[in-house]
Design a protein around this ligand. Structure first.
Ligand code: ASP
Length: 452
């Protein structure tokens, strides 16, 4: 049995046993953090921290090497343009699916939380226990800054002033922006920059070797994190009233992941989507376990470039960028969650407001970092935009604390939407492989690049 097969089997075993142990804890421990919190702490130490350690170096070198290996500026323009069109088109489709489902099913209808003072107090308490005062202030600030603030936030990340500080803070987007410029300048310098390009290729190989080591921690990490997530659900008492809402998110995610993205891959990538999905399973299962597209990035890149048969050129560019801005699952989730909350608080949304949801949920997903529960936070942008459009209509606004209603089940939904986020990135890399294949020479060589 080769190493890849063995790893795949071990990750799968981690997933299944994680579920089984989680289900047992769910019934026995009541899901309180004191008894099962150690699972999350161990999973963090064993898998998430080592993966996180690799993110910034990997993002930087892979984007530089990706850009220098594509080389030719017109090819670069085509790859960059197609990638962005792919990201935005798939996110918009995801949001439209989510909005249509939540509008049709109306999972929040009849809950009438606006008339239920006791429920409101519980929801507020949940909100306040999840977000401490500082975080709540930040959420209020984000809400006040509204759409303009959200755009500015993304723009500032794309034009950083101190890329070292951004890297030290673990922000991938400013590092990617810098790496794109750096890669372009190496290409511009041509022969003069060859030693640097060779050095970057060596650096890339070294980081990927570290990734290959860390990947062997995935089975145990996935086991611990899934056991914790499933066990924790025992503490959620609102789960029954949220069943329909969760169903809407999950059905939407399934349609997007199993119908929309495979169709796009088949049409534009000329690949067998389900075979590709099967081959990408180490990355998909890691996303499911870690709840973070950024932490999964090292595994996504390794799997895409080996079993997934994506070109190194395409994945070096599409995957790092995708892990921070291309979030189909998050976009879909934000739309369903916001419309659901408005329904649950008895606030009727017209077509115009649903359109606002579609547009702002896409923006909110782009702005969400690839970390656990980021979508829950950027949701305030969507709520604010809808509230603003309701101004003057006499209809009440939705208070921010309403988010507290869905916090309890966020982890499990986050696992699913993160998997779809990573799947969307992988499909993008496979499609872009068609316009940026590795030449035979570079595919055979131990390192890539040198295509200047
Ligand atoms: N956890 C998601 C990710 O890392 C982001 C989110 O929707 O919260 O992709």
């Amino acid at each position: 049995m080769n190493r890849h097969k063995l790893l795949n089997i071990l990750i799968f075993v981690g997933l299944v046993t994680g579920f089984a142990v989680g289900a047992y804890l769910f019934r026995t421990s009541g899901g309180d953090d004191e008894s099962i919190g150690w699972l999350a702490a161990a999973g963090d130490l064993i898998l998430i921290r080592p993966l996180k350690m690799l993110i910034i170096p990997l993002v930087f070198v892979s984007v530089v090497v990706g850009i220098t290996s594509i080389g030719d500026p017109s090819r670069l323009g085509l790859v960059g343009g197609t990638t962005l069109v792919y990201y935005f088109a798939t996110m918009i489709i995801a949001v439209v699916i989510g909005t249509a489902i939540v509008r049709g099913v109306q999972p929040g209808k009849g809950l009438n939380l606006n008339d239920d003072v006791e429920a409101q107090q519980t929801i507020k308490a949940e909100y306040e226990s999840t977000f401490d005062e500082e975080k709540r202030k930040e959420l209020d600030k984000r809400q006040q800054e509204g759409l303009g603030g959200a755009w500015m936030n993304i723009a500032r990340q794309i034009v950083p002033t101190n890329v070292i500080a951004e890297a030290a803070a673990g922000n991938p987007l400013p590092v990617i922006a810098f790496a794109i410029l750096f890669g372009l300048s190496l290409g511009f310098l041509g022969d003069q920059a060859k030693p640097v390009v060779t050095f970057m290729n060596g650096l890339f190989d070294a980081v990927m070797t570290m990734v290959q080591w860390v990947i062997w921690l995935t089975p145990i990490g996935v086991f611990l994190l899934i056991a914790w997530s499933v066990g924790k659900l025992g503490a959620v008492d609102t789960i029954t009233s949220l069943g329909k809402y969760m169903g809407c998110v999950l059905v939407g995610l399934l349609i997007h992941a199993l119908v929309v993205l495979p169709t796009i891959l088949f049409l534009f990538g000329r690949a067998n989507p389900f075979k590709f999905m099967w081959r990408m399973r180490p990355a998909l299962l890691t996303a499911f376990g870690t709840d973070s597209s950024s932490a999964t990035l090292p595994v996504t890149m390794e799997t895409a470039e080996t079993d997934g048969e994506c070109s190194k050129r395409a994945s070096g560019f599409v995957l790092p960028l995708g892990s921070t801005i291309n979030m189909d699952g998050t976009a879909l989730y934000e739309a369903v969650a916001v419309v659901f909350l408005f329904q649950a608080f008895g606030i009727h949304l017209e077509f115009e407001q649903l359109l606002i949801v579609v547009l702002t949920a896409t923006l909110a997903a782009v702005g969400a970092a690839g970390i656990p529960s980021a979508g829950l936070v950027t949701m305030v942008i969507v709520i604010h935009a809808v509230n603003t459009s309701l101004a003057g209509t006499g209809v009440e606004n939705l208070e921010l604390y309403a988010i507290g209603f869905i916090i309890g089940v966020d982890r499990i939904l986050d696992m699913c939407r993160t998997t779809v986020n990573v799947w969307g990135d992988a499909v993008g890399a496979r499609i872009i492989t068609r316009i940026a294949p590795d030449t035979e020479a570079s595919a055979a060589a131990p390192s890539r690049g040198a295509g200047l």
